[in-house]
Design a protein around this ligand. Structure first.
Ligand code: ADE
Ligand code: ZN
Length: 326
């Protein structure tokens, strides 16, 4: 059996993906029509050709541009369902998915439309598609910490639907330390904590995520490779990294997947996972990411199995639930 077919069939969890970044161009155009939202693209193909970036900021402009077409509960339901179906076809049995509420609330979208739509999709996906999930709410790191606190109280009626809070958006100049009090409050309220760090930013942002935020996982975390003491600490504490190889390539975090730190981190005992980040916007779902890593980093079958196992052990499933998959 070839390695590609093995990857296709391998049960896995996805721990780092933004639902907004899974909107395929056809669905963006359909939602724009349905909701009468003016968009600058004449067709899905024209939109797809706009999926080209120089860095994180130029990417985020496209990402937030697409968010404008989502208005109603049904829109969020369909976006999430489409992702769960695509992921399950790639043998993703469990997915922990991000939504950035602050991309929608200022546009007048109701909190209930977003959260009830996604929750309804999660329930239906478990029943009808055979994929379990958790929801994680991302905080915009370029906004003040007070905006994060406001959001935490605004979503109080939905707390039981949310597993974790995360930190995303433009990284440079917005270090995790700015949100130490906020994530402390999240933890006190019983939430898990994750944060994007060391994607474009320096290793010190990864260090802050570990020591100041006490994060359960680091999203990306690539830059830790510049600080070997930090790599050793992350390995010792078994703090998982949710790596996103295609994303890193498309945003010029690495020049080539051959330069990606995944294998080096693994060889230092770091618990790494492979994820799609924004599968539509980066042109690849989780299995395409696995396969490209195998090609460019020459991962062995055993390493592929280890990465897939990591995706379950690093998840927010209960120990009993993890046993079903391991
Ligand atoms: N939002 C969506 N994808 C992101 C990424 N890769 N980094 C930061 N914020 C994001
Ligand atoms: Zn991300």
């Amino acid at each position: 059996e070839g390695l590609y077919a093995f990857i296709d069939g391998l049960p896995k969890a996805e721990l780092h993906m933004h639902l907004e970044g899974s909107l395929e161009p056809e669905m963006v155009m359909e939602l724009a029509r349905r909701n009468s939202v003016d968009v600058p693209w004449a067709s899905a193909d024209e939109l797809r050709s706009a999926y080209s970036y120089t860095d994180l900021d130029s990417f985020l402009a496209v990402f937030w541009g697409g968010c404008r077409v989502l208005r109603h509960e049904q829109d969020f339901y369909e976006m999430a369902m489409a992702y769960f179906k695509r992921a399950r076809q790639q043998n993703v049995l469990h997915a922990e998915v991000f939504i950035g509420l602050q991309s929608f609330i200022p546009l007048g979208v109701e909190m209930a439309s977003i959260l009830d739509g996604i929750t309804r999709a999660r329930i239906d996906a478990e029943k009808e598609v055979g994929i379990t999930s958790r929801l994680m709410v991302n905080i915009h790191r370029h906004r003040p910490e007070s905006a994060a606190f406001d959001l935490l109280s605004q979503v109080a009626p939905w707390w039981d639907q949310i597993a974790a809070f995360g930190l995303a958006g433009p990284e440079m100049g917005n270090p995790p330390s700015r949100f130490a009090r906020f994530f402390g409050a999240c933890r006190e309220s019983g939430f898990r904590v994750v944060a994007h760090a060391g994607e474009e930013g320096p290793s010190s942002y990864v260090r802050e995520t570990v020591s100041l935020l006490n994060a359960d996982r680091v999203d990306h975390g690539n830059a830790c490779i510049d600080d070997m003491e930090l790599v050793q600490e992350i390995a010792l504490k078994q703090i998982p990294l949710t790596l996103c190889p295609f994303s890193n390539l498309k945003l010029n975090v690495v020049n080539s997947l051959r330069d990606h730190p995944l294998k080096r981190l693994m060889n230092h005992g770091v618990k790494v996972t492979i994820n799609s980040d924004d599968p539509s916007l980066f042109g690849g779902y989780i299995n395409e990411n696995f396969k490209a890593c195998c090609d460019e980093l020459e991962l062995s079958k055993d390493q592929v199995v280890e990465i897939a196992r990591n995706s379950f052990t690093a998840s927010f499933l209960s120990e009993a639930e993890k046993h079903r998959y391991l």
